[in-house]
Every structure is written in C-alpha cells, then in structure tokens.
Design a protein around this ligand. Structure first.
Ligand SMILES: Cc1ncc(COP(=O)(O)O)c(C=O)c1O
Length: 378
C-alpha cells in the first residue's frame, strides 16, 4: 500500500527540498513534543518515579523488536551504532589466522572495532568489493571456513548497494561464522526479519530511518550471547535493580535477556519517549508500506535523472529508499553548495550523490531537485 506524503507531521518549510534521510531524518512534531515533555519532567524531578527508569525502555524494546520481527527480550539500548559493534567485538570469538569480512567503503563505525580486534588476535580483515559481480554475491564468495565474523550492513551507506541477508545468514551458519549487522541505513525503511536472517548482533542508530533522536539506538542480541560480556556495569542492568533501597546489596546476576548490554543511563527521559513515539508511528505505517512508497519515489527520481545522464544501481541491487547517483563525468564542482543555495539538500559519499527521501517528501520536492540538478550540471 502506498502512503500519501506526511509533510504535515514535520517542520519542513514548503520551499525546502530535504532528500537526505541517510544523513539525518527530521523529527516529526509528536516526536519533538515527546522530547520536550521529557525535558519538562527532568526540570521537575519529583514527577519522575521509579517505574520511569524501566517502562519506557521496555516499550521501546518491544517496538523495535516488532519492527524487525525479533524479541523484546533480545533488545538492548545503546547510544550509537559504534557502541553496539563494540559489544559484538567484545564477545565473538576470533582466533589467529581467522578472517573478518567487511565491505569496501563500509561505514567506519562497523570497521574500526574489527580492525582493532584483528590486530589484537592476529586475524585478517577481508574487504569485499564488487569486482564486476553484484556485491551480495561477492560477499557470499568471501565467507568460508576461515571466517570468524561477517560484519555487514543491509545496504551500503555510500550508494545503497543491497545485500541478501538471508543467504548471507545461512552461509555464516554453515561455516560457523558470527553475523554482525549494522542496519542504521535501513531499519525502518526496508523490511528485515531477524527470525530468518538470524544475526548474532544487529545494531541500529535511531536518528536516520527510525526517525528518532540522536544519541540513541537499539541492538538485537541473539539468545546464545545473553550470558556475554557487557561494556559497562550499570546499576540498572543488575537483577533486582527495581529495588532502589537494595542497590548496595551488590549482585552478580543480571536483568534478563539482552538488558545486561544496555548503556548506562539508558532510561533517558527525553530521548526514550521520542524513540517510542517514532517507532510507534513507523509500525503504524508499516515498514513494507514505507518501503514501497519510497521505492516509487526513488524510481521516479532515477528515471528523471537518467535523462540528465546520471546512473544508479539497478532496482534489484538497491533498496527502494536509497538511491545513489553517479555522474557521467566528474562531479560538478561545488555541487552540494549550488543545490543548497536552492534549498535542495542531499549528500555525497565518495563520488556518489545520495537521494534518500522519506514520507515527508512531496512531488514538489522532486521537481525542485530536478531543476536544481539540471542547472548545476549545465
Ligand atoms: C551505516 C551507518 N552506521 C552507523 C552510522 C552512525 O554511526 P554511530 O551511531 O556510531 O555514530 C551511520 C551514519 O552515517 C551509518 O551510515
């Protein structure tokens, strides 16, 4: 089902064409309101009660789990994708001579931790690029008996190149490798079923396609890692933390499921209600419907940009929400600045122009984008 434009929910002036969700989503008005209400409560701390440390985080876990067909029990609260990747790197076994598979030009938050781990353990980073075959096929070719970890996205942040995570998950299980996913550039806009993919760890920052705040994210941890090592030891992650007066009766056991991996101060009284409001709206729209609607939008943009000589990955090789455009020759100098002067906002990664719309976009935005691009390329 296609969803009509939802511009009215966002604070975006009519003359701004913002097609840059891959950089950062704008916030919906009710999300802003939820954040303001949270700050208001912190201004009056007598309104914050014990349950507030638990209930909103638990709601967020349940909503995020629903979005990816996972279990609330498996969801931990994290401040950033890099934090979740650090948890994964602290837990997956990697031995001398083994390999960690990443993509060429993968987002650094899912690379540096693996480089450090590989150096510590005498393992090797294997970097996969297309080399004239679809990226997903190349990844499958590189996962083998030596692979300890495949650390991947669902689609690449530069150009949207899509990976077939179900096949990759199956291959990882076949060879005994751990699968660690950073789905920050897809969760909320591209359907993903963790019951089918079976990642060991999956992380997503909230501030892009989850339409949520900065400095918050979620991590789905498969049950086999629930006894694993946390990065920090917050009071609230320990069993019995609901009993504030008993907190100095230190305990070695944890809250159930993935909660042991929660970041300190996870019950952020302004950020968590924002995330909850945004996740509830995404679920109300339905990720499948969002994906279809954004696919229509980027298909239209791709077709019209082809007339300007710009090329994109075939639809089978990219998700509907993510369009990476390549220029026939050199990228025009000062392109982004020229677009911004016309209030058209996109981003470049490498030599790829990213067009990443959401439901806040209208046909008018696309018309402005095309005019501004044509003018910049003249
Ligand atoms: C694929 C991907 N992962 C993660 C992030 C954000 O990383 P972090 O939450 O570690 O700042 C981005 C931001 O552009 C991204 O594109």
């Amino acid at each position: 089902m296609l969803i009509p434009p939802q511009r009215h929910l966002f604070d975006i002036p009519d003359d701004v064409a913002y097609l840059n969700c891959a950089y950062m989503s704008p916030l919906m008005r009710p999300v802003v309101e939820a954040g303001r209400a949270g700050i208001g409560r912190k201004a009056r701390p007598w309104t914050i009660v014990r349950d507030d440390f638990f209930t909103e985080s638990d709601r967020a876990r349940a909503l995020f789990a629903q979005l990816i067909n996972g279990h609330a029990d498996c969801v931990a609260v994290i401040p950033a994708a890099s934090y979740g990747i650090a948890v994964a790197a602290a837990n997956v076994p990697v031995a001398r001579g083994q390999e960690i598979v990443v993509l060429a030009e993968q987002f650094p938050s899912n690379v540096y931790a693996w480089r450090e781990l590989a150096a510590e353990r005498g393992a090797r980073i294997v970097t996969v690029d297309e080399d004239n075959a679809p990226l997903s096929e190349r990844v499958l070719e590189h996962i083998g008996p030596r692979t300890a970890v495949a650390a991947l996205p669902h689609c690449r942040w530069t150009d949207g190149a899509l990976l077939d995570l179900e096949s990759i998950g199956a291959r990882c299980r076949e060879v005994g490798a751990a699968l660690v996913l950073d789905v920050t550039q897809s969760a909320g806009a591209l359907p993903l079923d963790v019951a089918r993919v079976q990642p060991d760890f999956l992380v997503a920052a909230c501030y892009k396609w989850l339409l949520g705040p900065y400095s918050l994210g979620f991590m789905h941890v498969a049950p086999r890692w629930h006894e694993g090592r946390a990065l920090e030891h917050s009071w609230i992650a320990r069993a019995g933390s609901e009993d504030f007066s008993g907190l100095v009766d230190y305990r070695d056991d944890f809250q159930p499921g993935a909660q042991r991996f929660d970041m300190g101060e996870r019950a952020s009284f302004h950020l968590m209600p924002m995330a909850v409001t945004a996740l509830a709206q995404l679920l109300d729209w339905g990720v499948e419907n969002i994906a279809q609607t954004l696919a229509e939008r980027t298909r239209d943009v791709a077709t019209r940009c082809a007339a300007l000589g710009l090329t994109a990955l075939p639809e089978s090789g990219r998700p509907g929400h993510y369009l990476g455009l390549r220029f026939p020759g050199a990228v025009p100098a000062g392109l982004l600045e020229a677009l911004a002067r016309r209030q058209v906002y996109l981003s470049m990664r490498g030599n790829v122009l990213r067009v990443t719309p959401h439901l806040f976009n209208t046909d008018g935005d696309v018309a402005r984008l095309l005019e501004a691009l044509a003018s910049a390329m003249r």
